[in-house]
Design a protein around this ligand. Structure first.
Ligand SMILES: *Cc1c(COP(=O)(O)O)cnc(C)c1O
Length: 370
C-alpha cells in the first residue's frame, strides 16, 4: 500500500509532545504556541504570527479581519480548494473568479485587472500545488487600485517567488499545517502579517472576541480557532527540518520527472518558471485530449494496485453549493475546467521512499501502455 500522503514525524516531535504531557501544558495557553508563532513568522519574514486550529479557519479570520463585508468583491482563482471562497461568501462577500494558467496551474494574473469594479476590495491569491502565483503583476495591480492582498500559502512552506518567501507578500497571509502539508501539526494553521492592529484583530477573532476588561461581553463575533500546545509542539519539531523538507519535496518531484519523462498524452507538473522552482506540494498529472486512458481510469487502476491518488480540485464556479446561492451561473473557465476534469496527483508526501516513487511511476506507465 502506498498512500497518497505519509507524513514524516521522526525528529523531535515525540520529545516535545512528551514535554507537553509531562508539564501538563496541553491547551492553547501553553508555551509552544507563542514560540511556534515567533519561529514560523520569522522564518517567512513577517512580524506577527497568529496560530490557529486549521488553514480554513485562518482564511475565515483573514477575510473578516481585513474588513470584507456584504457586497464586497474579492478576485480569486476558480481552481482552488473551497476554503478561500467559502470564507468570502460567509462574510457576505462575492468571489470574482479568474481562469488558470495552463502551464503553472495558478490563477492567470493577466485576467485580474479586467475583473476589477468599484466593489473590489481584495485579490486573494492561492499558490497551487507547488509553483507560486506570478506575484509581481498582482502587487502592481493591488497598489494601483488600492486593493488588499490575501495570500493563501497553505501549500507553500519554504517556497520562494523571485527569492522571497511565499507567505510574505500578502497584507495578510495564511498557512495550513494539515498532514499533507510539508510542515504539519496534525491539524493547524497560521496567519501572518506585518500590521500590528490587524494581528490584534486576528487574535480576537481566534478567541471568540473575548475582551480583556469584560471577558464575557462581546462587541463582535469570532470563532474558537485556537491552536493547542500539542499541535504547536509538533510544529516546532517540524520547522527544525524545513530545509530538508523543501529539498526532499524537490527530489520527489525530480524523481517523478525522471521516471515519467516522455510519457505521451499526459501533462506533468512543471519543473520551473522564471521566478521559482517547483516545490511539488503534490505531483500532478493531467490527461490530454489524445491520452490513451482517462485520469479516472488511471486512478482506478492504480487503486487496484494499492496506490493512492487524488483528483484535482473542482472549480468554484461549478460548485453546487455556490450555484444554489445564485453564484457563478453560466460562467465558464475552460482551462480550469479541463484541469479539474482531467487532473489527479500521485503519492508525494515526505514519507515516500525513492523505491516507492519508482514503483508508482512504473505502474502508471504500465497502466497507460495497456
Ligand atoms: C490545505 C489547504 C487549505 C486548508 O487548510 P486546512 O488546514 O485543511 O483547513 C487552504 N488552502 C489551500 C490552498 C490548501 O491547500
Amino acid at each position: 500500500m502506498i498512500p497518497v500522503n505519509t507524513p514524516k514525524l521522526d525528529g523531535n516531535e515525540e520529545k516535545y509532545l512528551l514535554e507537553c504531557i509531562r508539564t501538563g501544558w496541553i491547551s492553547s495557553e501553553g508555551p509552544f504556541v507563542s514560540r511556534f508563532e515567533k519561529e514560523f513568522s520569522a522564518y517567512i519574514g513577517k512580524k506577527y504570527g497568529i496560530a490557529v486550529a486549521n488553514g480554513s479557519g485562518a482564511l475565515d479570520i483573514a477575510v473578516k479581519s481585513i474588513g470584507i463585508t456584504s457586497g464586497d468583491e474579492v478576485i480569486m482563482p476558480t481552481f482552488t480548494i473551497i476554503s478561500p471562497a467559502q470564507s468570502v461568501v460567509r462574510q457576505g462577500g462575492i468571489p470574482v473568479l479568474v481562469d488558470s494558467d495552463p502551464d503553472t496551474w495558478n490563477m492567470d494574473v493577466s485576467q485580474i485587472e479586467q475583473k476589477i469594479t468599484v466593489k473590489t476590495k481584495a485579490i486573494l491569491v492561492v499558490h497551487i500545488y507547488g509553483l507560486p502565483v506570478d506575484m509581481r503583476p498582482v502587487i502592481d495591480i493591488a497598489l494601483r487600485y488600492n486593493l488588499k492582498i490575501i495570500e493563501d500559502a497553505a501549500e507553500m512552506h519554504g517556497q520562494t517567488y523571485n527569492g522571497e518567501k511565499c507567505g510574505s507578500f500578502g497584507d495578510i497571509s495564511i498557512f495550513s499545517f494539515y498532514p499533507n502539508k510539508h510542515v504539519t501539526t496534525g491539524e493547524g494553521g497560521m496567519l501572518l502579517t506585518d500590521d500590528h492592529f490587524l494581528a490584534e484583530r486576528c487574535r480576537e477573532y481566534r478567541n471568540l472576541c473575548f475582551q480583556p476588561k469584560r471577558r464575557f461581553m462581546h462587541e463582535d463575533l469570532g470563532w474558537n480557532y485556537r491552536m493547542t500546545n500539542l499541535q504547536a509542539a509538533l510544529g516546532i519539531a517540524q520547522l527544525e527540518r524545513i530545509d530538508w523538507a523543501v529539498k526532499r519535496k524537490r527530489e520527489i518531484g525530480s524523481l517523478y520527472n525522471k521516471y515519467l519523462s516522455g510519457i505521451r498524452g499526459y501533462q506533468l507538473s512543471l519543473q520551473t518558471t522564471d521566478y521559482a522552482e517547483n516545490i511539488y506540494w503534490v505531483y500532478g498529472v493531467i490527461s490530454e485530449e489524445d491520452a490513451p486512458i482517462s485520469a479516472q481510469e488511471i486512478q482506478k487502476k492504480l487503486a487496484e494496485k494499492k496506490i493512492g491518488t487524488r483528483p484535482f480540485f473542482w472549480c468554484m464556479h461549478e460548485q453546487p453549493v455556490f450555484n444554489k446561492m445564485g453564484l457563478f451561473l453560466n460562467e465558464h473557465y475552460p482551462v480550469a475546467e479541463h484541469m479539474a476534469r482531467n487532473g489527479f496527483y500521485l503519492p508525494s508526501g515526505l514519507g515516500i521512499t525513492d523505491d516507492e516513487i519508482k514503483l508508482v511511476s512504473e505502474e502508471l506507465r504500465k497502466t497507460v501502455n495497456h
